[in-house]
Design a protein around this ligand. Structure first.
Ligand code: G3H
Length: 199
């Protein structure tokens, strides 16, 4: 059967500094993940009924950490703005410690209701969920296997949708770095999941 893979970008420079958002490149570890991904994915692509390998597509965000992570994958690629990370607005480029210190009110608000909290001049998880609607529609219509290379908040939303997780739990779903999540639709409409940890 057809598969959908979800993965975050390889570890970024900003990840190593604990900074939110930005458009940084990959760290050495992140680059290593990008180099290992093609073989892992190739080994998982299913065969069609007539023994051919399934047609494949790769979707990334428009941020360089996902584009670089996908660069070695030998399949047609599409960049989606809708797959970009949650916009942290005025908090973009800050660490969580800095946000807590400089904007304690914002920090507390977010902690109270992470799903609905909207960053000043930025987005909430609800905003992200809404902008992903066309991506979800396309992913469900697609006949090809799709590997989605995106970001933590976006993948929480997509995973939550595909795996039928309660909306309130979405902002805290565990989506680790360097992990390929393979989702396979079951006959009953639910998804089977396997995770490949690459570290
Ligand atoms: O930079 C954004 C993070 O990937 C989202 O994480 O929603 O847990 O702060 P958070």
């Amino acid at each position: 059967p057809r598969k959908i893979w979800l993965t975050r970008h390889g570890e970024s420079q900003f990840n190593t500094m604990g900074k939110i958002g930005g458009n940084s490149s990959l760290s050495k570890r992140g680059q290593m993940y990008a180099e290992l991904l093609p073989d892992i994915l190739a080994s998982r692509v299913p065969k069609t009924a007539d023994g051919q390998t399934y047609p494949m597509a790769v979707w990334t965000s428009t941020l360089q950490r996902t584009i670089i992570t996908a660069s070695g994958l030998p399949y047609p690629k599409v960049q989606w703005k809708a797959l970009d990370e949650i916009q942290a607005g005025t908090c973009d480029g800050m660490t969580y410690e800095e946000v807590a210190e400089v904007m304690p009110g914002e920090f507390a608000e977010r902690r109270k209701d992470k799903l609905r909290y909207r960053y000043p001049s930025g987005e909430s998880y609800m905003d992200v969920i809404q902008r992903l609607e066309p991506v979800v529609t396309e992913a469900e219509r697609e006949k090809e296997c799709v590997c989605i290379v995106s970001h933590q908040a976006v993948l929480r939303a997509l995973y939550g949708y595909f795996m039928n997780q309660p909306l309130e739990s979405v902002p805290r779903i565990d989506i680790p770095l360097h992990t390929l999540m393979e989702l396979t639709p079951r006959a009953d409409g639910t998804m089977a999941e396997v995770r490949f940890i690459v570290d």
